[in-house]
Design a protein around this ligand. Structure first.
Ligand SMILES: NC(=O)C1=CN([C@@H]2O[C@H](COP(=O)(O)OP(=O)(O)OC[C@H]3O[C@@H](n4cnc5c(N)ncnc54)[C@H](O)[C@@H]3O)[C@@H](O)[C@H]2O)C=CC1
Ligand SMILES: CCCCC/C=C\C=C\C(=O)C/C=C\C/C=C\CCCC(=O)O
Length: 422
């Protein structure tokens, strides 16, 4: 629970920021909402006061691209709430034409907010520590060709978050910093991709974005908020870029093909044939749903250094369950620790808790995987030491267990939570 915690969410008048505000309030926190859109922000505050009780939220108008406004509002929030424990830099736009504005909101705004929060939270300044979460995007890990500036800002947010999280750890600030990388979510921002005044010289590429939306079907803001909550609550997670995405699976595509082919045929057949064909379609769908519901959840490899927690679906929708986090060292340890790891997985399910690092640990059985704080320390030629988070772990995944036990089993397009090693 987050009772007694104070959170700030920028860009919270609508969309993802609104979903984050809801989940924070549901979990007991107080939330200071910050947005440039005063009308929507005030309206939301009235609704939230009715739903969660007055004094749980306060709306503040501020533009994150303005140093003055952001700093003034930050001070106002501190005066009202006394301290800040959770800070989410979420405000963002997608405007390729006015690219400087996009950079100053999406990247400079995140840096501005992070430094304000860090100064207040860090132990060296008498702060209580806390967590900062920066909303990046899947476009911070792979390009969105119709939006190069948007992509650049999101890569910037991921890079900034990763570097600063290590710095914060090395300097013992007591502040965790993580990035959230959702794929497409149906919000006001998404409309930008068809608006020529936003896409500018790349307008003709909107069909590429449409294709990408087919590859990564829309995910609900509430699902992204659940992933956000993991980053807030799990005190062992620092420097992670957490991907939340729906992926069109082979089954999903197969179902679409079958339905399309049969529907086309229906047009040319007799009434009896239509009934027969409908029965066949229903049987096929029932069989597929049975397979999906009974399929075990599991893990899959994305690329070295990456572990995907997902649901293993039949027909190779998720093939192989091998995760690679680095060197061969832990592979042997994993074999020895296999039984214990399975037991821990079982306990996870029973307790119904979700710890990202525990998931790594349970599946790899390797001590370093549990401890994201573990570092490889070496001394450079000039005598200065370098510390890097250890990702040199590799393990064979031997058993499947719910990666997120609290989640209802997904159907055709399961949400995927990916932990990217630093
Ligand atoms: N919708 C999507 O598909 C995805 C969105 N994101 C990111 O999520 C974040 C939230 O976006 P959405 O909820 O989708 O968009 P949205 O348009 O629904 O919400 C964005 C909010 O930010 C506010 N805002 C814009 N400029 C601001 C400024 N200068 N200062 C303060 N507030 C400002 C807006 O008034 C709005 O309320 C953004 O950073 C976006 O890049 C990431 C991945 C996917
Ligand atoms: C001005 C044009 C805007 C176009 C799109 C509008 C909103 C997009 C919001 C996002 O953050 C997009 C999210 C995810 C998709 C991005 C890239 C996927 C590439 C991943 C990969 O190649 O692996």
């Amino acid at each position: 629970m987050l009772k007694g915690k104070v959170a700030v969410v920028s860009g919270s008048a609508q969309g993802l920021g609104k979903a984050f505000t809801h989940i924070l309030l549901e979990n007991g926190a107080q939330v200071a909402m910050l947005d440039v859109n005063e009308e929507m922000g005030q309206e939301l505050q009235v609704q939230l006061n009715q739903q969660y009780g007055s004094d749980r939220t306060q709306f503040y108008k501020a533009d994150v691209s303005s140093d003055q406004q952001f700093t003034d509002v930050f001070q106002k929030i501190l005066s009202k709430f006394g301290c800040i424990d959770i800070f989410c830099n979420n405000a963002g736009i997608a405007d390729e034409k006015n690219w400087e504005k996009t950079v100053s909101i999406n990247l400079s705004g995140v840096v501005r907010g992070t430094y304000l929060a860090l100064d207040h939270m860090k132990k060296q300044n008498g702060g209580n520590g806390g967590v900062i979460i920066n909303t990046a995007s899947l476009a911070g890990l792979g390009p969105l060709p119709s939006a190069p500036i948007y992509t650049a800002t999101k890569y910037g947010v991921v890079g900034f978050t990763r570097a600063l999280s290590v710095a914060s750890q090395a300097l013992d600030y007591g502040v965790r910093i993580n990035a959230l990388c959702p794929s497409f979510v149906r919000t006001a921002l998404i409309d930008s991709f068809k608006q020529e005044d936003k896409t500018g010289q790349f307008h003709s590429l909107f069909s590429i974005t449409e294709n990408m939306m087919e590859k990564f079907p829309f995910i609900e803001a509430e699902k992204v908020a659940e992933a956000f909550l993991l980053l807030v609550k799990d005190e062992s997670v620092n420097g992670v870029a957490l991907v939340v995405k729906n992926e069109a699976t082979i089954i999903f595509i197969l179902v679409l093909i079958i339905i399309t082919v049969l529907r086309t045929r229906l047009l040319y057949r007799s009434r009896r044939a239509v009934t027969r064909t409908r029965i066949i379609i229903i049987i096929i769908i029932i069989i597929i749903i049975f397979f999906i519901l009974t399929a075990g959840p599991g893990l899959a490899q994305d690329k070295p250094g990456t572990l995907i927690c997902t649901r293993a679906l039949p027909l190779g929708a998720v093939t192989g369950s091998r995760c690679v986090l680095g060197s061969a060292r832990a592979q042997q340890q994993q074999k020895a620790a296999g039984g214990a790891a399975a037991q821990r997985e079982h306990e996870h399910g029973v307790r119904g808790e979700t710890h990202l690092t525990d998931i790594l640990h349970a599946h790899t059985g390797a001590p370093g995987a549990r401890d994201t704080d573990s570092v490889i320390q070496h001394t450079d030629g000039d005598g200065t030491g370098s510390r890097w988070p250890s990702t040199e772990l590799e393990a064979e995944v031997t058993s499947a267990a719910p990666c997120l036990p609290n989640q209802a089993p997904p159907l055709l397009t399961p949400p995927t939570f990916t932990v990217i090693g630093q």
